[in-house]
Design a protein around this ligand. Structure first.
Ligand code: PHE
Length: 396
């Protein structure tokens, strides 16, 4: 073993240590030179065969090299450890003062907002809220409302007829239909609230809404109700006037869709029956409703119309708020939006409900809530309401 040899071992080892990139590599190199069978260990072992002189000289140098390399390894190991520590500190560092990620909250649909507002307003005027079935009999949807079979008036409502017919006895006995009296209802009003808070109006108390238990034992087939008017008869059959109700609910029409028409709509029926009821009282209540719903004075007009279950009949149109009456796609460039059908309850409807038309008088309306929502929120296409398009919905 010559000095030259030790020198080249030293050079080689230094080079290799320098090149290592991590602790594992470094440990490999350590073993290679200083392990049990490592290069230096072997050099030291081979000394035995040498002369005393050489042994002393080379032995000393080899031991120095061993010490030197050990130190080098220790330094490098330390450097690696520090590097790892620094890296984990950096990657695992947490800034507890950073604001958290906000979860995305859902919010109420414009139709729900409009419906709740409408319910609050009518409740405050003493109206009860009643709900009825979306699946109806031909009797309640048409016949009881003075629309006989084969009468052309039936064509006004394009109807989805159902193939199945419930057995007559199926719902027997479930015929209680009463609404809690208006006096029991919450009169909580959100008048004066700004738009922001109006988006989360106070929930109506449970007892304020009454679901009519329904029996489908009347004559005729079944259909998806085309309007909420059947509830006029269903309610009057079970409740003695004087009465004031509104009936919010979905209705279905087999018709083509466009900016102003959908095949599923949300209607709010209104019915007021008493001994002395007239068109002026109707107009006053509608005017009050508009004022509070739109939070401003809006122009509206009653135009003569025809419905078999009211006489006289009219439709309610209001200035189109999408275009401020200038004319747009929503109002078919007329500046007016038809928002409801209405009229004085027809004597035959009273008769079909078991009431004496000579004793009672009443008015009824059927608002299209979709259209009211269009006016309130300036929506120019009714189809957006049920599109499920988040770009639209996030605006409310
Ligand atoms: N039910 C009618 C419709 O859907 C509207 C209406 C309701 C008309 C009440 C008069 C009275 O077209």
């Amino acid at each position: 073993m010559s000095q030259l040899n030790l020198k080249s071992i030293k050079n080689q080892a230094e080079k290799e240590i320098k090149k290592t990139e991590n602790l594992t590599e470094l440990e490999g190199i350590f073993k290679k030179y200083l392990g049990k069978t490592g290069v230096i260990t072997q050099v030291l072992r081979s000394l035995e065969k040498l002369s005393k002189e050489k042994k002393a000289k080379i032995g000393k140098e080899a031991n120095e090299l061993k010490k030197f390399l050990k130190l080098l390894f220790e330094q490098k190991t330390q450097a690696f450890k520090e590097k790892v520590k620094k890296e984990t500190e950096e990657s695992e560092w947490l800034d507890v003062t950073l604001p958290g990620k906000k979860p995305v909250f859902g919010h109420l649909h414009p139709l729900t907002l409009a419906r709740r507002r409408m319910e609050e307003i009518f409740q405050s005027m003493g109206f009860s809220i009643v709900e009825g079935p979306e699946m109806e009999t031909e009797w309640y949807n048409f016949d009881a409302l003075n629309i006989p079979k084969n009468h052309p008036a039936r064509d006004i409502w394009d109807t989805f007829y159902l193939k199945t017919e419930l057995s007559r006895s199926e719902n027997e006995g479930e015929d209680e239909a009463t609404a809690s009296s208006p006096t029991e209802l919450s009169r909580s009003e959100n008048e004066g609230e700004d738009e922001a808070t109006a988006s989360s109006p106070t929930e109506l108390p449970k007892e304020a809404k009454v679901k009519m238990k329904t029996k489908f034992s009347s004559p005729g087939g079944l259909l998806l109700r085309t309007h909420t008017s059947p509830m006029q008869v269903r309610y009057m059959e079970k409740n003695q006037p004087p009465l004031r109700i509104i009936v919010p609910g979905n209705v279905f029409r087999h018709e083509a869709t466009d900016y102003r028409h959908e095949f599923q709509l949300f209607q709010v029926e209104g019915l007021m029956v008493d001994r002395e009821i007239s068109v002026p009282s109707f107009k006053a209540i509608i005017g009050e409703f508009f004022r509070r719903f739109f939070k401003k004075e809006v122009e509206f007009r009653l135009k003569p119309d025809f419905f078999p279950f009211t006489e006289p009949s009219f439709d309610i149109s209001m200035t189109c708020l999408v275009c401020a009456g200038k004319g747009c796609s929503a109002c078919k460039n007329t500046g007016w939006m038809e928002v409801a059908g209405a009229g004085m309850v027809h004597p035959n409807v009273f008769k079909n409900s078991g009431l004496n038309p000579k004793e009672w008088r009443g008015w009824a309306f059927g608002f299209g809530l979709d259209r009211l929502a269009m006016m309130k929120y300036k929506i120019n296409d009714i189809r957006l309401l049920r599109s499920g398009d988040l770009r639209f919905l996030h605006q409310f």
